[in-house]
Design a protein around this ligand. Structure first.
Ligand code: URA
Length: 246
């Protein structure tokens, strides 16, 4: 729930006014309504969550925190700014890179579901290994993993710098030379999925994140496209059953 906010500040934050003095002019001209009432006082207060504010007859909204689900394409990096490569923030013009950031990282050559927000608590909840939110990756790998190797993935593998937590694995198909599999992990160390497969003797040829908890990448969202969600929508989806448990 947001706190009450002065109306002139609200008009600036929603983009209806360029500055507080501009907001005062707009108000004086009777262009702003709160519900059915024309409000001319810049010092009036509004509740951004519950008050219906109209500017020139059209509703304007302000949300303190916003959440974007991006289908990250290959060749863009999970950073806010970079001098050399394109970044995921450049794909979301409405998200100011000074304030918004990706929730965790995907490698430059990894595609798939990436959340972008300005809500640090939300991001922490999804990325902290202690919260046990499983991220599911579709991978095409070399060869075909043997039962014994799969057991290692599932129980934990000692890599050079840490031992992975138990993971969930599902074999999808193989032509002998290459296989397609799902792997869900609750951590997100650097190159973790690629390193886990490498540790059991298989190289990742293609990697795509398809889910965070029960939140799945929408099928009709193409690489480079994004969609805005509310916090409530995301929480409900993330807490739902993930692709490995259905
Ligand atoms: N694991 C990887 O190896 N790469 C990613 O991009 C994400 C998880």
């Amino acid at each position: 729930m947001s706190d009450l906010m002065r109306l002139d500040r609200f008009l600036v934050l929603t983009g209806a006014a360029k500055s507080r003095s501009d907001a005062k002019k707009i108000l004086k001209n009777g262009l702003v309504q709160i519900g059915d009432r024309i409000e001319k006082n810049a010092e009036a207060h509004v509740n951004p969550d519950s008050d219906r504010v109209l500017f020139r007859g059209r509703e304007i909204t302000y949300r303190q925190y916003r959440y974007f689900l991006l289908h990250k394409p290959q060749d863009v990096i999970s950073a806010t700014k970079d001098r050399i490569s394109d970044t995921v923030l450049q794909l979301i013009p409405e998200a100011d890179p000074e304030k918004y950031f990706p929730v965790g990282r995907l490698d430059k050559d990894t595609e798939g579901l990436l959340l972008i927000t300005n809500d640090g608590d939300f991001a922490h909840r999804l990325t902290s290994p202690r919260k046990k939110v499983y991220k599911t990756y579709f991978a095409r790998i070399t060869g075909k993993p043997a039962e014994e190797e799969i057991r290692k993935l599932e129980s934990g593998i000692t890599l050079s710098d840490f031992t992975t937590a138990p993971a969930r694995f599902r074999f999808l198909k193989s032509d002998g030379d290459e296989s397609e599999c799902l792997l869900s992990i609750s951590e997100g160390r650097f190159h973790q999925v690629k390193r886990m497969y490498q540790a059991i003797g298989h190289t990742v040829l293609y990697l795509k994140r398809i889910a965070i908890g029960g939140l799945t990448l929408p099928e009709n969202l193409k690489p480079g496209e994004y969609r805005e969600y509310t916090r409530e929508q995301l929480d409900e989806a993330i807490n739902g059953s993930d692709p490995q448990t259905v």
